[in-house]
Design a protein around this ligand. Structure first.
Ligand code: NAD
Length: 307
């Protein structure tokens, strides 16, 4: 199939592009490289360095006749969204609308939309969180991601566009920037391998649902054929505290020190994990990697010279 991957130079998008090409698909990437990297680009994919908000993306739709649009490009930083909510909305909502308008005009077969199970439900949902839980975003980023989901629903009702939304928990793995601001696993891996002390905010008992990027990619492959008109949590259903994570990573990296403790960050969720029963049932998806297996592969990749 002919597939457009937006954000294909970024962490998750680049992993997805590689898998799609391995499966024999014809892939086109749109990315403006704001956080994505040229080095992540698969040479077998056709790459356009362009912003998803640019009117000229129409030329790309016209030329390629896409079967599927898989939309990973986004402003993904919660703190940046607080500092600059207009930019966040611009990329995550106006950029999405630009893609959706072209998707209906050029009659694609399906749109895969990426959302976040870490930011749309808020902090009072029962764990593990089900898709039906109350939506209560606590940041402009959460609002823009939820808004994107609502637009998917409306584009289906108004224009008959077929879609699936995937709501990721905390994704980790190859290509996640260890020098970036987000992604505790990437940051810890890099520091521990360099024998530098990682910082732990608060008491370290805050939990997250860490899902390995290869499992996330697999959910995207299944969503090409299944799960139409639905939103799915993509996580593991398991909570892991920062202290537990630190201890597992300590063993794998052979780091000898202890973390440095700093005050908790304002607005940080205390606990998170996603119920994945619906994805198991309707997408026939479930994570195959344990946290330890995923961490071993990720740390081996960081060690192999990304730093
Ligand atoms: N990483 C996670 O744990 C996580 C969790 C939940 C949801 N998500 C979602 O997954 C998707 C991918 O995230 P990621 O972690 O790979 O982040 P990333 O920053 O590595 O990837 C985003 C990509 O989008 C590109 N991009 C950003 N703005 C653009 C624009 N205006 N025009 C064109 N390209 C643009 C960037 O250059 C980058 O390559 C995002 O939609 C994000 O919201 C990620």
């Amino acid at each position: 199939m002919k597939i457009l991957v937006t954000g294909g130079a970024g962490f998750i998008g680049a992993n997805l592009v590689n898998a799609l090409i391995e499966h024999g698909h014809d892939v086109v990437i749109i990315d403006n490289l704001v956080t994505g990297k040229k080095n992540n680009l698969n040479p077998k994919a056709k790459f356009y360095n362009i912003d998803i908000r640019d009117k000229d993306i129409e030329k790309i739709f016209k030329e390629h006749n896409f079967d599927i649009v898989n939309h990973h490009a986004a402003q993904i930083d919660v703190r940046k969204s607080v500092e600059n909510p207009v930019y966040d909305r611009d990329v995550n909502v106006i950029g999405l609308l630009n893609l959706l308008q072209n998707s209906i005009k050029y009659k694609i077969k399906k749109f895969i939309n990426i959302s976040s199970g870490g930011v749309i439900y808020g902090d009072d949902a029962e764990l593990p969180i089900k898709e039906t839980a109350k939506k209560n975003p606590l940041s402009p980023y959460g609002i823009s991601k939820l808004s994107g989901e609502n637009y998917m629903y409306i584009y289906n009702k108004l224009h008959n566009l077929k879609y699936t939304t995937l709501r990721y928990s905390n994704v980790y793995g190859k290509y996640q920037d260890p020098k970036g601001e987000a992604g505790v696993i990437a940051i810890f891996s890099n520091l521990m391998l360099d024998k530098k002390q990682p910082v732990m905010y608060g008491d370290g008992k805050q939990t997250r649902d860490y899902v390995y990027v290869k499992d996330v990619v697999n959910a995207n492959l299944l969503a090409m054929e299944k799960g139409d008109y639905e939103a799915f949590n993509i996580g593991t259903g398991t909570e892991t505290s920062v202290i537990e994570l630190f201890n597992i990573m300590k063993k794998i990296t052979d780091y000898q020190g202890e973390p440095k403790h700093e005050p908790a960050r304002l607005g940080e969720l205390l606990r998170n994990s996603l119920d994945i029963t619906k994805a198991k049932k309707l997408l026939n998806w479930q994570p195959k990697y344990t946290l330890e297996e995923g961490l071993k592969e990720t740390i081996a990749w960081v060690k192999s010279g990304f730093r």
